[in-house]
Unconditional design. Structure first.
Length: 317
């Protein structure tokens, strides 16, 4: 697989930024450029992130690119990072997500590499949206996502819209679309608008192909006390903008719904790589518990064999 770009925009995450970077570094099996955008951080996020990167051995990291912005929030900070990308595929991760799957970047980019009609793939949620005829409020349906327990691991679910974190893009189309539309700043529905523009202009679709990650609710609260991201005014502005632009696509006739089956054996997970330190290999929970059980059984078996040999030796004497 080719070199990829990984973009993380960061705001005041000094408590967990090392975990976020650890998840990326130790589970990525492809050569990558890491692009970090520090968006108006007032804590030690930047010093801790750079300190962690200096002390860690990262053989697959080809280039580290750093940018700073003046607390411009998610949409604009993401765009700053996207514009620093140079490779065919670009993945963006939120600063409150810890990747827990080995080879995650191969899995999330696989639909992009397999299908010619795909623009972006999220590891989180894909869904359809329509507007209530009476209240004009958005209604979400056809939801496919790991958090809703509505998505099997072998399904790439194609829908009209996707949710952030993490998302893989075809970088050439992302550039042609001029990235996220900053009219949606500070955030909300910017990624939904982006994928609808890709479909309208280029006939390219988007969907979800789940990966394993951890993202505790408390980790994403660093902006809450001062944020305009979740105010009613921002929400209503962006909903109106989305509806005015894409009302036909968001109607019943424009609904996108596909479930494409992808077998695990098709995905090019890297089985061996001498550059990677095996002790950092993360196992899925079920495998981890099985290994603990087997190790315990092996220890007991060793004790039994040792005890049995001692008894036989004693009789021989």
């Amino acid at each position: 697989m080719e070199l990829i770009d990984i973009v993380i925009s960061i705001y005041n995450q000094e408590k967990i930024i090392d975990k976020v970077l650890y998840g990326v570094i130790k589970n990525t099996t492809t050569y990558f450029n890491l692009i970090l955008v520090f968006d108006g951080c007032t804590d030690k996020s930047m010093s801790r992130a750079l300190g962690y990167l200096k002390q860690d051995n990262i053989p697959l990291l080809k280039d580290l690119r750093i940018a700073t912005t003046l607390n411009v929030y998610e949409t604009k900070a993401n765009n700053t990072g996207f514009k620093l990308g140079t490779e065919k595929y670009l993945i963006t991760i939120q600063d409150d997500m810890v990747i827990e799957e080995r080879g995650w970047e191969r899995r999330i980019t696989y639909p992009l590499r397999r299908y010619n009609d795909v623009f972006s793939v999220t590891g989180r949620t894909a869904l359809n949206l329509r507007f209530d005829k009476n209240t004009e409020n958005p209604i979400y349906f056809d939801i496919a996502g790991r958090e809703y327990l509505t998505l099997k691991r072998n399904i790439f679910a194609v829908r009209s819209g996707i949710n952030r974190g993490p998302i893989a893009f075809r970088a050439d189309i992302l550039k042609k679309l001029n990235y996220l539309d900053e009219l949606f700043a500070p955030a909300q529905f910017d990624e939904f608008d982006l994928v609808l523009r890709a479909y309208k202009q280029y006939g390219l679709k988007s969907g979800v192909f789940q990966i394993d990650y951890r993202s505790d609710l408390a980790w994403g609260k660093t902006r809450q006390s001062e944020s305009s991201m979740n105010t009613n005014a921002t929400y209503e502005k962006n909903i109106a903008l989305l509806k005015n632009r894409h009302e036909q696509l968001l109607s019943g006739t424009g609904r996108i719904f596909e479930n494409r089956i992808i077998c695990k054996k098709e995905i090019d997970y890297k089985k061996t790589d001498f550059l990677l330190i095996k002790k950092y290999k993360r196992l899925r929970a079920d495998t981890r518990f099985l290994n603990c059980y087997l190790r315990r059984k092996i220890i007991l078996l060793k004790h039994y064999i040792k005890s049995y040999i001692s008894k036989i030796s004693g009789r021989a004497i």
